[in-house]
Design a protein around this ligand. Structure first.
Ligand code: SAH
Length: 248
């Protein structure tokens, strides 16, 4: 039997109690076509097969919808979205949200823009900028939810992302379960705790985001939920070189 993107998405959603219509699931077939076509002339993803795209990009991105983290009509920002992950699949299922896609590589956002247009999505903004520079352009403390996957180690990422989130909102970081292990002093999460506090955040939850059938501990995924409990001091984010050289 040939592989079906639509069925992969429907199965993932059913397994995880995520609401999805047949029509939306069908839309992922088109999204896969568009990604493969775009990638044939402009490299925006390393994944080359429909199966990898459906599982590792689409289903993996949808993990946030297993949990009640994005309220109706929420404003969401995806930092370092690349071709639009995790934000694009989330927007496919949740047309109510307003979403801003940020990536320093403009060509990747051209893909996101063409998808938004092809699907007639509303409330989609794309910002071809570095996150640490964009925040000063009217985007400080503005978002209900920030998401980010595969962009930087968590000690660096929290300084790039938390300034965008308003008090009461949250940052959902897509990470391997190994890096989200708070009991391991060497994990990215453990090494971020001081920075999270200084940036006005608090670790609220570590949630399972593993793909179906993954039993190998090293392959498991987690969502680290960081609640914004105060404002980020104005001196953050610092310049990128400093953030990387001396994480908080
Ligand atoms: N989130 C996507 C892409 C991951 S690749 C996915 O999971 O598939 C990492 C992306 O982060 C790259 O596209 C890179 O351009 C972007 N990036 C890295 N540092 C950034 C920064 N400081 N500001 C904005 N984008 C950044």
């Amino acid at each position: 039997m040939s592989f079906s993107t639509k069925d992969t998405i429907l199965d993932y959603c059913k397994l995880n109690n995520i609401d999805i219509s047949q029509e939306t699931a069908e839309g992922f077939e088109k999204l896969s076509d568009m990604l493969l076509e775009f990638n044939s002339h402009t490299n925006v993803t390393a994944l080359k097969t429909r199966e990898d795209i459906a599982v590792k990009h689409f289903a993996d991105s949808l993990a946030v919808l297993k949990y009640d983290l994005i309220k109706k009509n929420a404003s969401v920002i995806d930092i370092g979205c690349g071709a639009g992950f995790p934000g694009l699949p989330v927007k496919m299922l949740r047309d109510d949200i307003k979403i801003t896609f940020v990536d320093s590589t403009a060509k990747k956002l051209r893909f996101t823009n063409s998808v938004a247009e092809a699907f007639g999505m509303s409330d989609v903004e794309t910002c071809p900028e570095r996150a640490e520079e964009l925040v000063a352009k009217g985007k400080r403390e503005k978002y209900d939810v920030a998401v980010s996957r595969a962009v930087a180690s968590l000690p660096v990422l929290v300084e790039l992302v938390l300034p965008f989130v308003k008090a009461g909102g949250c940052f959902v970081a897509y990470k391997s379960s190994i890096e989200a292990d708070i009991n391991n002093k060497e994990s990215e999460l453990s090494k971020s705790l001081n920075g999270i506090k200084r940036l006005g955040g608090k670790v609220e939850d570590i949630l399972d985001a593993s793909l179906p059938g993954v039993n190998d501990e090293t392959q498991k995924h987690s969502l680290i939920v960081i609640r914004k409990v105060g404002k980020t001091p104005i001196e953050f984010p610092r310049r990128y070189a400093q953030i990387v050289k001396k994480p908080l």
